[in-house]
Design a protein around this ligand. Structure first.
Ligand code: BEZ
Length: 219
């Protein structure tokens, strides 16, 4: 995804949403925010994804994370579509805002364009892009999935948890890590520093190199 990527500032665009007009930075405020785009209203995979986001909304709220959807239709269309999303995903209300981008200008500025998918008029559609924005309004992580692959919300929770833990402690999360499992201590932390930073202790893997860079702890 050229342009907007990890470390970049989220542009402070004024957007129209199902919950009214807003500036992106005002919405983010002091929270982490998941900004996720969809190819279009009244499409099958998107209906399951927006419903699943609604089902996970409490989990994201516990993590202090706001949700913000985007699709390339107008607010009226979004509001009609929400009725289908809520009916299909029984009991889960879509309370997060969905941005209307009927002119397809925002998706270009937010680097959410799918290079291959077009609508019946030949206009480019958004991909399944997902940016996690930090409280500093910087992009901390981006996914880019094609229209044909729905996202896994457990993976979104997992990466939010990883980002938040790494922002708080000098740690990283290893392959296939799940929330609650041990994390690794950052390689730029010396053994002496690790003893001070992690009084709960840590285990160092015994490796053929004899180097002690793979250290596991719990945070
Ligand atoms: C869908 O949301 O199901 C979808 C949208 C565009 C292309 C393919 C699938």
């Amino acid at each position: 995804m050229p342009g907007l990527t990890i470390g970049d500032d989220l542009p402070n665009l004024e957007v129209e949403t199902t919950n009214g007009k807003m500036k992106l930075h005002d919405y983010v405020g002091d929270s982490y925010t998941i900004l996720f785009s969809h190819p279009g209203d009244f499409t099958p995979v998107c209906t399951t994804e927006l419903g699943m986001m609604a089902a996970y909304a409490n989990k994201f709220a516990e993590l202090g994370v706001k949700l913000l959807g985007l699709s390339c239709d107008d607010v009226h269309s979004h509001k009609e579509w929400i009725k289908d999303i809520e009916a299909y995903n029984k009991g889960h209300k879509v309370t997060y805002p969905i941005i209307a981008d009927s002119k397809r200008e925002l998706i270009k500025q937010l680097n959410m364009v799918d290079p291959e998918e077009t609508d019946s008029s030949g206009h480019k559609l958004p991909s399944r892009a997902l940016h996690i924005v930090g409280p500093d309004k910087k992009i901390r992580l981006s996914f880019l999935y094609p229209a044909t692959t729905g996202r896994n919300m457990d993976e979104v929770v997992r990466v939010v948890d990883s980002l938040q833990k790494a922002a708080k402690h000098k740690i990283a999360t290893p392959a296939n890590w799940k929330p609650g499992e041990p994390v690794v201590i950052s390689p730029n932390v010396s053994t002496e520093q690790a003893k001070e930073m992690f009084p709960q202790g840590f285990d160092t893997a015994n490796l053929p190199s004899g180097k002690s860079y793979l250290r596991f702890t719990n945070v």
